[in-house]
Ligand binder design. Sequence first.
Ligand code: AMP
Length: 173
Amino acid sequence: MANIELASLVRNVPDFPLPGIQFKDITTLIGNGPAFSEVMRLLIEHYRGMQLDAIVGIESRGFIFSAPLALALGIGMVPVRKPGKLPADTYQIEYALEYGTNKLEIHRDAFAPGARVAVIDDLLATGGTISAATHLIEQAGGVVVELAFVIELNFLGGRAKLAPYPIFSLIQY
Ligand code: AMP
């Protein structure tokens, strides 16, 4: 299945959750067995051989892809979560959204020092979320090798904002 066919399985929902937002709904992609399998095959193929120690997934849609990727690579999966969800000692970061702010947390003991990690979320928009996650990972002693997304919204310039981290994405708009 080509990436163009994967793109055709992402549902565009206009004006969700706010007027003017074109929401990229991945439920139609992951609800299709061959398509979900192909997304995972492409991610696994890309990361096999990169000598990673962990895959970090961003709550909540990042978890859908980070867990099977970590499993296939035989390494651990570390969650970055919304505040108040992780039970042990955490590092927390607050970051700006277009309107207001958001917070994310990671367990302080999530990594062995110097652990090489790739970070995955479903979609790259402005890059604010993943940028906050990279700060948390580095605070916890991890080394960010690459950032991965199933979908990248090119026109929002997230990639430039995230330089010099390498970025891997499967579907671009
Ligand atoms: P950003 O921090 O701007 O890169 O936004 C990325 C986060 O917001 C990801 O976790 C996405 O799941 C979500 N997101 C932002 N824009 C969209 C969109 N147009 N469609 C679906 N999810 C989005």
